[in-house]
Design a protein around this ligand. Structure first.
Ligand SMILES: NCCCNCCCCCS
Ligand SMILES: [Zn+2]
Length: 343
C-alpha cells in the first residue's frame, strides 16, 4: 500500500496541553508520525510519496472561511503583540454567551476552538496545510484506481468541525478528503472512525447530509473526551437522519467487545453501498495508550484491517490519534497489512 507523507509535520510541536488540571507536555508530538513512517518502511508496506499542493479551495469546501483565515493569520497576529511562545485558548462561548466574534486574538481563538488541546506555533499553519495535502494526495491516488492508500497525516483532524478546532485537530483531513470524493463525482462516501475518541468534528460536518455515512466506535462520552457528542442516539438530522451511527463502548473494552461494534458498523457501511470508504485511523484504542481506556492488543489491528478489507471497497486510511509512541507504528501498520492481506 502506498503511503503519503510530508516532513512538514515536524514544524508543529506544541509544548503543553491542559490535562486533568495540569499543564502537561503534548502527547500529540512529531515522534508519533516518525514511528509510523519507520514501521511502514521496515515492513515494506509499499512506496512513500510526498503530497501535492492543493491550496485553500478544498479546505474551504469544508471549513468556514473566517475560521480558515483566523488560523492562517493567528501566529503573525500573536507575534505582533510581542509574544513568541505557543498560543493556547482559555475562554469559550458556552451556553447563552454571545456568539459574536471578538476583535481580540484571545477571544477569536476561543470562538474558533472548543478545548485547550490546540497550541498554535510558528509552524502550525504549514504543518496543518501539509496534513490536508497528504489526505488529498491519498484521495487522488484512490481516484486513479488504487484499492487502498495510507495518508500519514499529522496533526490529526477528526475533532475539528467546520468552524472550531480542538483535541489536537485543526483541519479535518478525512472530511476534506471525503468532500473531494463527492466533488469529483462520487455519490456516497462512508467514513469509519476507529479512533478511541469520538470523531465529533467529522460527525458535525456531515450530520445533516445523506451523501456521507459517518460511523464511529469510541469511548462512551459519559466518561470520555470529547464528552459532549458521540451518544448512540445521534442518528443525523433532516435528510441526514439515518446516516450517522455511534458505537460508544465502556472503559476496559477489548477486542471481543470492540470487534462486535466493528461488525455492526461494517454492516451499516455495506448496506449504504458507498463509492469509497475513508477510515479515520486512530490507534489510541491500544491497551498501553497513555490517555485512553480500551484494551486492544497489537494482533487485533491485523484483524481490524482484514475486517475492513473484506468490505471490498476502495479505502483511504487517514491517520488520526495514537499516543503510545513505541507501539504506534506496529499497531497502525498492522491495520494496513491486515487490509492488504485480503484479496
Ligand atoms: N484526560 C485526557 C484528555 C484528552 N484530551 C484530548 C484528547 C484528544 C485525542 C485526539 S485523537
Ligand atoms: Zn483519539
Amino acid at each position: 500500500m502506498l503511503t503519503i507523507y510530508s516532513d512538514d509535520h515536524h514544524l508543529h510541536h506544541g509544548k503543553f496541553e491542559l490535562i486533568d488540571g495540569q499543564l502537561t507536555p503534548c502527547f500529540e508530538k512529531p515522534s508519533r508520525a516518525d514511528m509510523v513512517l519507520a514501521r511502514a518502511q521496515k515492513v515494506n508496506l509499499g512506496g512513500v510519496a510526498a503530497p501535492r499542493e492543493f491550496g485553500l479551495e478544498p479546505i474551504l469546501r469544508v471549513h468556514d472561511s473566517g475560521f480558515v483565515h483566523f488560523l492562517k493569520g493567528a501566529w503573525a497576529e500573536w507575534q505582533a503583540m510581542g509574544r513568541d511562545y505557543d498560543m493556547l485558548p482559555f475562554t469559550w462561548p458556552n451556553r447563552r454567551l454571545r456568539q459574536t466574534i471578538p476583535d481580540c486574538i484571545d477571544g477569536k481563538f476561543g470562538y474558533y476552538s472548543f478545548d485547550a488541546g490546540v497550541p498554535i506555533t510558528a509552524g502550525t499553519w504549514q504543518a496543518v496545510s501539509s496534513s490536508v495535502n497528504v489526505a488529498l494526495t491519498g484521495q487522488a491516488e484512490l481516484a486513479k484506481g488504487a484499492r487502498g492508500v495510507f495518508s500519514l497525516c499529522r496533526p490529526p483532524g477528526h475533532h475539528a468541525a467546520a468552524d472550531y478546532m480542538g483535541g489536537y485537530c485543526y483541519f479535518n483531513n478525512a472530511a476534506i478528503a471525503a468532500q473531494a470524493c463527492l466533488d469529483q463525482g462520487a455519490a456516497r462516501v462512508a467514513i469509519l472512525d476507529v479512533d478511541y475518541h469520538h470523531g465529533n468534528g467529522t460527525q458535525d460536518i456531515f450530520y445533516d447530509r445523506a451523501d456521507v455515512l459517518f460511523t464511529s466506535i469510541h469511548g462512551d462520552p459519559r466518561f470520555e473526551y470529547p464528552f459532549f457528542l458521540g451518544y448512540a442516539d445521534e442518528k443525523g438530522v433532516g435528510v441526514g437522519e439515518g446516516f450517522n451511527f455511534n458505537y460508544p463502548l465502556a472503559a476496559g473494552s477489548d477486542w471481543s467487545v470492540w470487534s462486535l461494534a466493528l461488525a455492526a458498523a461494517c454492516r451499516q457501511i455495506a448496506a449504504y453501498g458507498p463509492d469509497v470508504l475513508i477510515v479515520s485511523l486512530g490507534v489510541d484504542t491500544f491497551k498501553e495508550d497513555p490517555i485512553s481506556q480500551f484494551k486492544l492488543d497489537s494482533p487485533d489491528y491485523l484483524r481490524m484491517g482484514e475486517t475492513i478489507g473484506k468490505l471490498g471497497l476502495q479505502t483511504l486510511f487517514v491517520m488520526e490519534g495514537g499516543y503510545a509512541v513505541e507501539e504506534i507504528g506496529i499497531n497502525a501498520i498492522n491495520v494496513l497489512q491486515g487490509f492488504d492481506s485480503v484479496q
